[in-house]
Design a protein around this ligand. Structure first.
Ligand SMILES: [Zn+2]
Length: 1018
C-alpha cells in the first residue's frame, strides 16, 4: 500500500480544528444581562443579591484588575427547542448555560474566573476557561434566573514570567477594565458530536505516541480515516453517530497484559496564595469544589483528592452550604481529604515544631470534621523535602508520601518513582513520584505514554498515580478528562487508566513492591534555590513567630499549672493556623505577588503583638507581686544563671558584659575572656582569636564579616531561582564610611563597634560585639538594589570535608567538595538557626536569627592552604512576581562562635533566637515545669494537650545524632506519664523512647534525632 500516513494525519488535524472542536452546540440564544460592580473587596451572595443591577450589553468591557462584577442572567428556554430536547439516543441534545467572561489563552486559574449561583444562593458551578458551561434541567418555555460572580483576576505573568509587572497588587494594578463579556447563552449541546470529539481525541493522542512502524498505529489511523469519510462536515450532528461506529472496533481493542496501570485521581492543586491573594484562594476553592460536586452529580465514579485542611476550613466559614455538600461526598468516600497538613507547606524552612503542627492541625481537623484520617503526605509542589519529614510524617500516623517536584531538578534525574525514603533518624516512609511528572494531568495520550515510558521501577512494579485536573490556580477535573479516562481504561497500546483513590493506589503499590529501593536523607530540589532568601521580611516573620509561639505556650502552660490561669487555647490555635498558612509553599518561599507578602508582613506584626500580650499575661501570673528583677529563659539550656524553661531572680544585667574595645593602629581590637577580634579600617575582621583554644579562626590574609554583593539575574523564575552563574560577578564591600566604638551603657550591655557602609543606593550599618564566646554581628540594611544578592562571608581556617546544618529536630551533613554532579548542583542550601564546620578536634558555628540560605564550600587561603568558607544569604531583590521585593529596611543578626562542637552550635542557635526576658515580681512560681538531665535531649515544646484535658505535653528530641538516655522530670503533681504520637494519642507501636515512668519522672532512651512526645497527666 502506498504510504499516506502524513497526509491522513494532516487531514485529521484540519477536521478536528476546523469542524469538530468548533461544533458541539446546535443552537444558542442569548440571555438578558444586568450587572452590579462590587465597589471594592468581594461580598457574599446575599449582599450581592440586594444590590441594584443595571443593563449590560454583551461585548462590553468589565473588570478593573482584582475587582468583582456580579452579572444577573435571565431568559426563557425557547419553546421551539422542545422537539430537540425530547430526542433520546442518537441525535440527543443537552441544555446548557454557556458563559464566556472574556477568557484568554492563559490557563485556568491564571485569568478571569467566575461562580454561577442560583437565585436562591446555591453555588452551582465554577466558570473557568475550558470549562464554562452549566448543565440545566429547565423545560422549554420556562425561565432561567442565575447570577455569575465574575472575578477580574489579571493574568499576572501575561506570558512573560520574568517581566516586572504592577498587576500583583490592587494598589498598583490600575483601573482599566481588562475583560469583555463575550457570551451568556442558553445552548443545546449535540451529544454525539461531543462524544465523537472525545473518541477522536483519545485515539489521535494514543496514535501519535505509538511507534511509526506499529500495526496498532496504522490500524487507528485507518479507522480515523474511515470516520473522516463517514462524517459529513456539513451535517456533523446528523452523521457523528455513524462516525463513532467507525471507531468502535479500535476503541474496543483491549490493553496489553503488561500495560502500565494508572490510578487516576481527580485533583486541583490550588496554591493557597501565589499570583493571587489569600482572599482569592478562598473563592478559587469554592469555584473548583463546586465544579467537582457538579461532576460527581453527573458521574458516580468521579473521585477527588483534596489536601489542605485550611481550604476546607475556609469553605466551612465562608460557604457553609457548599461545605455541607462536600461533607456528604466525603462520607461517601468520593471527595477525599488527603495529606493531613494544614496547608501544602514548604518543608525546607518551617521549624521542627511548626512542621509537626502542620500535621497535627491538619489531621486533627479531618478527624474532627469528617472522622477521616489521611494516611499519605500530599506535597506535589513544595520546593524540596527535608530529611526530617519521614519521622514527622510517621509520628503523625502517615504511611505514604507523594510528590513529583523532584522531577524539576535542573541537573540530576532522581532514580526512583516508587521507593522507601529514609530520614535523618532512619525512619522510612513509602514514597511515590507519579512518573507522569505533573499534578495537573489532562489524561491525554502524550501524558499517559510519558508515565509508562518514564516509570523507573518497571519490571519490579507496574502502577503509578495519575493526579488529573486543572491546577495551580484551581479548576479541577473536567468531563473531557473523565471521557479520556473511560476510553483508556482498557485500550490496546495505552496504559490502563482506572478511576481510583490515593489509598487504593498506595495499598496496591506497596503490595506489589514490598521491598522497594531506599533513598536516604534530604530530597534536595535542584531548582528554586532563591526561595531560601527571597522576600526576607516574610522569612523573618516566620522565624520570630515560631519562637514566640514556643514562649507563649511554655509560659501559658506554666501559668495554668502553677497559678491556675486560663490557658489561651483558642488564641493559640488561631495564631498557629495563621503561621501554618503562611508557611504555604509560595508564601514562606517568597514567590508570591506583592499583595501576598504585604499581607503576610502585616499578619506577622499582629501575631507578634498578640503573642507578646499572651506572654506578658502569663509572666504576670508567674512573677507575682514584688520588686525583684526576675529573668525568664524559654530556651532549652540554662543561660546566665537562669535555668532552662524557667526563671530566677537576678541582680544586674543578664547579658554578659566585660568586653573592651581599643584602637589598634588604624583598626580596633575587641576583647573579652574568650575572644580577641581585630577589625581593620575596612570594618572587616582580619583576626578572630579563640583565647581558650589559642587558635586563629580567620585564615591568614583573609577577612571575615565580609559583605559581598553578587549580580543575581537568573535565566527564569526571578523570585525562585539563584543560578550558578551568580558567582561570576561579585563586589566585596570593603570600604567603610565610618567606624565608631560605642562603649557599654546607654542601653548596650557591652561595648560595640559600629561600621557604616554605602553600596549603590543602599546603606548598611553593622554592630559588632562580643557575647561570651561569640562574635555577634547585627546588620541593618536599607536595601534599594535590584537583582542583587547580598552575602555575608566567614572564611574559616578549618579543613572541613562536610558542613553541618540545622534542620527540624536535628541536623544534616552535606559535602563541601563538588565531586559529583549532585554535590555541584547543591550550591545553595538551607539551614535553620546554625551551621557548623570543623575538623578533628576543632569546629566553628555560624548562627543567625532569621536567615535560611547558605553556601558552604571548601576553598584555599592566599597561601594555598585548604580552608572552608561559610556564607549566609542575607537579601535578594528579584523583580518577578513582586517588582519591589525586599526593598527597604532589614535588621539581621549573625554570630560566629569559635571552638564549637555540635552541642555548642545547638545552644548558639537557641541563644540567637530566644531572648532572656526580665520582669519584676517575687518570682515564686518561675521554677521550670519540666527538666531533663542530659543536654543532648532538647525540649522543643511544652504545652497543654490539644484535647483540653489539662495534661501537659512535652516534646523533646535527641539533638546530637547519637544515643541519649535522660530523666525527664515534672515539677508539678502528675498522675501518669505516657508516650504519644504527634497527635497526642497513645503510642504503643513498640518503637517509642519511654522506658520507665515513675510518678512525675520519665526515663527516655532516644536513638539519633528521635522525637519523643510525653503526656504528663495532672
Ligand atoms: Zn503549588
Amino acid at each position: 500500500m502506498h504510504d499516506t500516513t502524513a497526509r491522513t494525519e494532516h487531514r485529521l488535524r484540519r477536521f478536528v480544528a476546523e469542524r469538530l472542536e468548533t461544533a458541539g452546540y446546535r443552537s444558542r440564544t442569548p440571555l438578558t444581562v444586568t450587572a452590579w460592580e462590587v465597589p471594592d473587596e468581594p461580598v457574599p451572595f446575599a449582599e450581592a443579591l440586594s444590590q441594584t443591577y443595571t443593563p449590560f450589553e454583551i461585548g462590553s468591557p468589565w473588570g478593573r484588575p482584582w475587582s468583582t462584577v456580579w452579572f444577573h442572567l435571565r431568559g426563557q428556554v425557547p419553546a421551539e427547542w422542545a422537539q430537540d430536547l425530547a430526542a433520546d439516543g442518537a441525535g440527543a441534545v443537552r441544555l446548557e448555560l454557556l458563559v464566556d467572561l472574556g477568557f484568554s489563552g492563559a490557563g485556568p486559574g491564571f485569568q478571569t474566573e467566575g461562580a454561577i449561583w442560583s437565585s436562591d444562593g446555591v453555588l452551582l458551578k465554577g466558570l473557568e476557561p475550558r470549562n464554562h458551561y452549566l448543565p440545566l434541567d429547565v423545560a422549554p418555555g420556562e425561565w432561567v434566573d442565575l447570577y455569575v460572580e465574575a472575578a477580574a483576576n489579571p493574568d499576572v505573568p501575561n506570558g512573560q514570567w520574568i517581566k516586572p509587572t504592577p498587576m500583583g497588587d490592587k494598589a498598583t494594578a490600575g483601573t482599566e477594565e481588562i475583560y469583555e463579556l463575550r457570551a451568556a447563552d442558553l445552548a443545546l449541546l449535540d451529544v454525539d458530536v461531543w462524544e465523537l470529539n472525545q473518541d477522536v481525541d483519545a485515539l489521535q493522542g494514543l496514535m501519535l505516541e505509538l511507534p511509526a512502524t506499529s500495526p496498532r498505529r496504522a490500524q487507528i489511523l485507518r479507522a480515523l480515516e474511515d470516520m473522516l469519510d463517514a462524517v459529513d462536515p456539513d451535517d456533523l450532528a446528523g452523521t457523528a453517530a455513524v462516525g463513532r461506529e467507525r471507531l468502535a472496533d479500535v476503541l474496543a481493542a483491549p490493553a496489553h497484559a503488561s500495560a502500565h496501570r494508572l490510578h487516576a485521581v481527580g485533583h486541583a492543586h490550588i496554591d493557597s496564595a501565589w499570583l493571587w491573594p489569600v482572599r482569592e484562594t478562598v473563592r478559587k476553592c469554592a469555584r473548583t469544589f463546586s465544579n467537582v460536586l457538579n461532576l460527581m452529580d453527573a458521574d458516580p465514579d468521579v473521585t477527588f483528592a483534596c489536601s489542605s485542611a485550611q481550604q476546607y476550613a475556609w469553605m466551612k466559614e465562608f460557604y457553609p452550604e457548599l461545605y455541607a455538600r462536600i461533607a456528604q461526598r466525603v462520607r461517601e468516600g468520593r471527595f477525599i481529604p488527603v495529606g493531613g497538613m494544614w496547608v501544602e507547606s514548604d518543608t525546607n524552612m518551617p521549624g521542627g515544631e511548626a512542621l509537626a503542627r502542620q500535621f497535627v492541625a491538619g489531621t486533627q481537623f479531618f478527624i474532627d470534621e469528617f472522622g477521616v484520617e489521611p494516611k499519605e503526605v500530599w506535597l506535589p509542589d513544595s520546593f524540596g523535602y527535608t530529611a526530617a519529614l519521614p519521622q514527622i510524617a510517621r509520628a503523625s500516623g502517615k504511611e505514604f508520601l507523594l510528590t513529583q517536584k523532584i522531577s524539576w531538578n535542573d541537573t540530576n534525574s532522581f532514580p526512583h518513582h516508587t521507593f522507601a525514603w529514609a530520614g535523618t533518624d532512619g525512619t522510612r516512609i513509602f514514597t511515590h513520584f507519579p512518573p507522569v511528572d505533573t499534578y495537573n494531568s489532562m489524561i491525554n495520550g502524550a501524558e499517559l505514554a510519558k508515565a509508562e515510558r518514564q516509570y523507573a521501577e518497571k519490571g519490579r512494579a507496574n502502577s503509578s498515580l495519575l493526579p488529573y485536573g486543572y491546577g495551580d490556580g484551581g479548576g479541577g477535573p473536567t468531563r473531557e478528562m473523565l471521557a479520556a479516562a473511560r476510553r483508556t481504561a482498557d485500550l490496546e497500546g495505552s496504559p490502563k487508566v482506572t478511576l481510583s483513590t490515593p489509598e487504593a493506589f498506595f495499598t496496591q503499590a506497596r503490595a506489589e513492591y514490598a521491598d522497594p529501593p531506599t533513598w536516604t536523607g534530604e530530597m534536595y530540589l535542584e531548582y528554586h534555590r532563591g526561595t531560601y532568601t527571597s522576600q526576607h521580611r516574610t522569612k523573618a516573620g516566620n522565624r520570630r513567630s515560631e519562637h514566640l509561639l514556643r514562649e507563649a505556650e511554655l509560659w501559658a502552660t506554666a501559668a495554668t499549672v502553677r497559678a491556675g490561669a486560663d490557658y489561651p487555647a483558642d488564641a493559640l490555635q488561631r495564631i498557629w493556623r495563621l503561621v501554618l498558612l503562611q508557611q504555604f509553599h509560595d508564601i514562606l518561599p517568597g514567590s508570591s505577588i506583592a499583595w501576598v507578602h504585604r499581607e503576610a508582613e502585616r499578619n506577622y506584626a499582629l501575631i507578634e503583638a498578640e503573642l507578646e500580650a499572651l506572654i506578658g499575661t502569663a509572666l504576670g501570673h508567674l512573677a507575682g507581686s514584688g520588686d525583684d528583677r526576675i529573668a525568664l529563659n524559654a530556651g532549652p539550656f540554662p543561660r546566665a544563671g537562669v535555668p532552662a524553661l524557667g526563671g530566677a531572680a537576678v541582680g544586674g544585667s543578664v547579658e554578659p558584659g566585660g568586653a573592651t574595645i581599643e584602637p589598634d593602629g588604624e583598626g580596633w581590637v575587641l576583647r573579652n575572656a574568650h575572644l580577641r577580634v581585630v577589625v581593620d579600617p575596612r570594618g572587616l575582621v582580619t583576626s578572630l582569636r579563640d583565647l581558650t583554644a589559642d587558635r586563629e579562626v580567620v585564615p591568614a590574609g583573609m577577612a571575615a564579616n565580609l559583605l559581598q554583593v553578587h549580580r543575581d539575574i537568573p535565566n527564569e523564575w526571578d523570585a525562585w531561582d539563584i543560578d550558578a552563574h551568580y558567582r561570576h560577578v561579585v563586589r566585596d564591600l570593603d570600604t567603610a564610611e565610618e567606624i565608631v566604638a560605642e562603649p557599654a551603657g546607654d542601653g548596650a550591655t557591652t561595648a560595640r563597634l559600629v561600621v557604616r557602609r554605602r553600596f549603590g543606593s543602599s546603606t548598611i550599618t553593622q554592630r559588632l560585639e562580643l557575647i561570651d564566646g561569640s562574635l555577634e554581628i547585627t546588620t541593618e540594611v536599607d536595601w534599594h538594589e535590584r537583582q542583587k544578592l547580598l552575602k555575608l562571608a566567614f572564611p574559616i581556617d578549618v579543613q572541613a570535608e562536610r558542613a553541618t546544618s540545622e534542620i527540624q529536630f536535628g541536623h544534616i551533613h552535606r559535602p563541601t567538595a563538588t565531586n559529583t554532579s549532585w554535590d555541584a548542583a547543591r550550591f545553595e542550601t538551607v539551614a535553620h538557626r546554625w551551621v557548623h564546620v570543623g575538623e578533628a578536634g576543632y569546629g566553628v558555628a555560624v548562627a543567625n536569627d532569621q536567615t535560611y540560605g547558605h553556601d558552604i564550600r571548601a576553598d584555599l587561603d592566599p597561601a594555598g592552604r585548604p580552608i572552608t568558607v561559610v556564607r549566609q544569604s542575607l537579601l535578594r531583590a528579584p523583580l518577578f512576581p513582586d517588582p519591589d521585593a525586599d526593598q527597604g529596611e532589614h535588621v539581621l543578626r549573625s554570630s560566629i562562635r569559635p571552638g564549637a562542637g555540635i552541642a555548642e552550635s545547638v545552644r548558639e542557635g537557641y541563644r540567637m533566637n530566644l531572648h532572656v526576658r526580665t520582669v519584676t515580681g517575687s518570682g515564686a512560681l518561675v521554677a521550670p515545669l519540666v527538666r531533663t538531665d542530659n543536654d543532648a535531649v532538647v525540649i522543643e515544646a511544652v504545652k497543654l494537650a490539644e484535647d483540653g484535658s489539662g495534661d501537659v505535653i512535652v516534646r523533646l528530641y535527641e539533638s546530637l545524632g547519637g544515643r541519649a538516655r535522660a530523666a525527664v522530670t515534672a515539677d508539678f503533681p502528675v498522675i501518669s506519664v505516657t508516650e504519644t504520637d504527634l497527635l497526642e494519642r497513645p503510642r504503643n507501636d513498640g518503637s517509642g523512647a519511654l522506658t520507665q515512668a515513675d510518678g512525675g519522672s520519665a526515663t527516655v532512651a532516644l536513638r539519633p534525632f528521635q522525637i519523643c512526645t510525653l503526656r504528663f497527666a495532672r
